[in-house]
Design a protein around this ligand. Structure first.
Ligand code: NAP
Length: 311
């Protein structure tokens, strides 16, 4: 098969090409745009952020394989030609890295490290009230590939974990809440909230004044899926009023986050530049190779995106 690697922004282009060629020695890997050649020969596009209209120019395209787990930049944007299947990235490194990121911030907030940071600046020696791990209520929105893994590991560490999902996903040790009706009780019991939902029209702005105020006073928020989930002004208001204690933000509506954005300097915001779980070309190329082998054998790729649902 002829496979085209297309990414406008990939800093890792040479690494990606090397890993894809290593894992798919019997296939031809071409780099867009310089090696595109005869477009009619290309059957698979491996894409990060393809240029709009480029995929439409591949007349024999059979599938698009995304190097990203989140496909909100590809769905509903006229980028994927009608009827062509799109598969998203599901990969062990992504899962492990996101889980470690979530655990880091859950422990940080659980053990009040954010508060000790403030106290240290004022040279105040003030041990905070003790909360045992089994009594700390963590809530994960979206028990999918990433949220499910983080939830399981947090249960293993002894936290009281709940999940909120669109359909029921029973998980041992995790209290499940399903659907819009169950969102308020899920939020009311959640002291540390983690958002690992995909960005869709249903989840856009889901962390807003109404949902944030349903969290108990002193709650903390970890936003590591998409910036579009957060209504920035509402989050700032909840932090400034003291209703929320702190927020760890990895993703933003506009990336890079503009230097003038109040999140940068807010004393209760911890900020990272969309690095919670970057796709690792070494492990991700193995997943892409597996899908290519499946397609050669006549099967569809795994982890197909439901274009109507948007994830
Ligand atoms: P996933 O497996 O598709 O999981 C998404 C979960 O959200 C599913 O359990 C899904 O429920 C649930 N969900 C979707 N819409 C919902 C709604 N309206 N109400 C309630 N639950 C809803 O996705 P994933 O692989 O875990 O990735 C999650 C997101 O993480 C990605 O979309 C991406 O945006 C983000 N991400 C961020 C980084 C980073 O570095 N910051 C890295 C990788 C991924 P059902 O399946 O039951 O419908």
């Amino acid at each position: 098969m002829v496979i085209l690697f297309m990414d406008r922004n990939s800093e890792n282009k040479e690494i990606w090409l090397g890993e894809l060629r290593k894992n798919l020695p019997d296939h031809e890997i071409r780099a867009w745009p310089e090696e595109t050649g005869d477009r009619a020969q290309i059957e698979i596009a491996v894409v990060g952020a393809p240029a709009p209209g480029e995929l439409e120019r591949l007349p024999n395209l059979k599938a698009v394989l995304s190097t990203w787990a989140g496909v909100d930049r590809l769905v509903g944007k006229g980028i994927i030609p009608d009827g062509i299947p799109l598969a998203r990235m599901v990969d062990r490194s992504l899962r492990a890295d996101m889980t470690l990121f979530v655990i880091h911030w859950v422990l940080h907030f659980h053990r009040e490290i954010h508060r000790y940071g403030e106290l240290q600046r004022e040279a105040r020696w003030e041990p905070q009230p003790y909360c045992e791990t089994a009594g700390r209520r963590v809530g994960i929105m979206g028990l999918g590939v990433l949220g499910g893994d983080a939830a399981g590991k947090l249960v293993g560490l002894g936290f009281d974990v709940a999940g909120w999902d669109a359909i029921e996903r029973p998980m041992e040790g995790v209290t499940g809440f399903v659907g819009q009706d169950r969102l308020p009780p899920f939020l009311e019991r959640t002291e540390i909230l983690v958002s690992l939902l995909p960005l869709t029209p249903q989840t856009e702005g889901i962390l807003n004044r109404r949902t944030l105020s349903a969290l108990p006073r002193g709650a903390c928020v970890i936003s590591c899926a998409r910036g579009g989930h957060v209504v920035d002004a509402d989050l700032l208001e909840a932090l400034d009023s003291g209703h929320l204690d702190a927020a760890a933000l990895d993703v933003f509506r506009e990336e890079p986050l503009p230097a003038t954005h109040p999140f940068w300097r807010h004393p209760r915001v911890r900020l990272t530049p969309h690095v919670a779980a970057a796709t690792n070309p070494r492990t991700a190329a193995e997943e892409i190779a597996e899908d290519v082998r499946r397609m050669v054998a006549g099967s569809p790729p795994r982890h197909l995106v439901d274009m109507a649902r948007g994830y």
